[in-house]
Design a protein around this ligand. Sequence first.
Ligand code: SF4
Ligand code: SF4
Length: 460
Amino acid sequence: MSEVEERVEGALYATRQKIYPREIQGRFQRLRVYTVWALLGLFYALPWITWQGRQAVLFDLPARKFHIFALTLWPQDFYFLTWLLVIAALALFFVTALAGRLFCGYACPQTVWTEVFIWMERWVEGSRNQQIKLAKGPWTREKVLRKGAKQFLWIAFSLWTGFTFVGYFTPVTELAVKIAQFATGPWETFWVLFYGGATYVNAGFMREQVCKYMCPYARFQSAMFDNDTLIVTYDQSRGEPRGARKKGSDHKARGLGDCVDCTMCVQVCPTGIDIRKGLQYECIACAACVDACDEVMDKVGYPQGLIRYDTHNGLEGRPRHALRPRTIVYGSLLVLLVAGFGVSLMHRNVVGVDVLRDRNALFRERADGLIENVYNVKILNKDGEAHEFTIAAGGLPGLHVDYGARTVAVGPGAVRSVPVKVRVPRGELRGGADIQLTIRTADTRALQATGKARFLAPTN
Ligand code: SF4
Ligand code: SF4
């Protein structure tokens, strides 16, 4: 086996070394903290917000209705969700082409939850050095207590996460009561434990392994990179040759670059890489190394930016281009899709009708000479307010509609079935013909929908 093969095999089968990222202060770390608070705050708070007497965001699978504040999506509207997914995917392509892995470093759920788990770990076990010392030390009473407290916090936080996740699909207040009474159903229990367990394993143990080996986005994003994509990069021409030096000494006279080889950029890296070796697929562009190196540069009195967000072109001293064919194409498509989505959403019909023939009789010949067909008309009111509907029939001369009332009231977000009798004078029709049944609001807001039906009559 060649040396290279041995190295590759060694890397594949090597036991994972746990990474203890050093705590870091700096502008990018502050940005990440704000993002974590904003995103997780939103995730945990949203299910508790109410809107017009119901949970504001509720994906009610049994009723097949998705409530998002004033908007209620019905099964007929699910193409909007597909549309949203396409917009999200395209937005990711656009951001990646423009700004590299910014999503990974600041907004990816894996990064966000791992950050919180690391905070809890630091809070209980102390700094990086204290954590390493504790891990290497014997199982003393203090070690058991600290490790136990950390596990307790992680498990409690994971279960709360699982509970919140299920709270998007089942009314959260009801779920809280059921959990307090140990009365959750099998599916609710399964999903709370499953999602909680996934959070615990991924953010507590797997961490950077998820980004390295499991994330599909990490695999295909390099296809979206070019020389103008923003990456976290080490300025080799400025930093090398690296080496220690005395503060205030003329390092240039000694032939040294600006890197003092303090390894702070490596110690703060959540994926454990050395960015000075060049761009690596493990790098999630979190910029912890940028903050660490800027702090070192301040201390030794050199300009910041030895490690920085830059593009390949920028690094090589060539002009940077934010506008280029791929960003223009992604950006234009994104604008079109978002605009189309907004317009379709605003103009979507919030009433619908379903017409089903009564299966018991094809038609009835009445004593007054009329032929009668009976239909079951389902009126769908997807609007946020109640409406009164009239029902009219068209498609044949002399059609008469009878549904036992002047109007039919349907509540907000409700469906109502109405038996409707449609009559036509005998002799107007032989065999059968297609007709339309139209529902119309009889109040201030003009809405209507039409359903098709077949009217049957004797053939002679
Ligand atoms: S933090 Fe900066 S100075 Fe220190 S090793 Fe990394 S690149 Fe060099
Ligand atoms: S190399 Fe720097 S930007 Fe990349 S993951 Fe490590 S700390 Fe984050």
